[in-house]
Design a protein around this ligand. Structure first.
Ligand code: AP5
Length: 195
């Protein structure tokens, strides 16, 4: 069992790398952004979720935590999970922690993709030309970064205290970032098999 969180600012490559990790290690990829986008098309909460996503604000914990919980419980039987975009604040991290305790598991590794706001914005604007994502525009990117710095980045300290963070340069090309993630996972696996 391996449970990994891919962490980082908007556009850092969380989704791209989480998909590669999921494929290589046979993990289930859980993206809170994707779960919320699906939910907004299929539920009564749709309009509410859209309002938050379109303005770059975090969707309220009461909604997100429930949605992620359901997905974790449904998928946790596989060989593990790779989270992308979750948790996003301390409340979400604590709730995830309790949930994993219930299923006798834990977050093993937090991969922190480091990327400057300027480079991340370039990537998002480029993707915005074809993605159809209503939050891939200059104004919303600014809010997403502001929210990241204020509410999400402080979470790193929470995981650093637990010795789970691996910092990786997210400005490298996609295969190079993935190679570094594989090295981090392999280091973790060696350490835990030696325990
Ligand atoms: P979410 O969907 O999570 O978006 P995000 O965090 O803003 O991240 P992105 O999807 O933009 O980027 P990414 O880091 O995944 O990079 P990607 O691989 O796509 O959240 C959207 C909204 O949903 C939030 O604002 C909030 O409203 C809500 N939400 C989501 N989770 C929530 C939560 N837990 N709590 C509350 N609200 C929540 O790559 C970006 C682009 O760069 C792509 O085009 C990719 O091809 C390219 N790229 C990737 N890697 C590289 C590379 N190494 N070199 C060059 N290009 C690259």
């Amino acid at each position: 069992m391996l449970n990994v969180v891919i962490f980082g600012p908007p556009g850092a490559g969380k989704g791209t790398q989480a998909a590669l990790v999921a494929k290589k290690y046979q993990l289930t990829h859980l993206s809170s952004g994707d779960l919320l986008r699906q939910e907004r098309d299929n539920s009564d909460n749709g309009a509410r979720i859209r309002k938050y996503q379109d303005s770059g604000q975090l969707v309220p914990d009461s909604l997100v935590i429930e949605i992620v919980k359901k997905a974790v419980v449904k998928k946790a039987q596989k060989s593990g999970l790779v989270f992308d975009g979750y948790p996003r604040n301390i409340r979400q991290a604590r709730s995830l922690n309790s949930l994993f305790k219930e299923i006798d598991s834990e977050i093993d590794l937090v991969v922190n993709l480091k990327l400057s706001a300027a480079k991340a914005a370039q990537r998002i604007l480029l993707r915005g030309q074809t993605s159809g994502r209503s939050d891939d525009n200059r104004q919303t990117i600014y809010s997403r970064f502001k929210v990241y710095r204020a509410q999400t980045a402080p979470l790193l300290e929470y995981y650093q205290k637990q010795n789970r963070v691996m910092n990786i340069d997210g400005s490298l090309d996609i295969p190079s970032v993935f190679k570094k993630i594989q090295e981090a996972i392999s280091k973790f696996q060696k350490q835990s098999s030696g325990k």
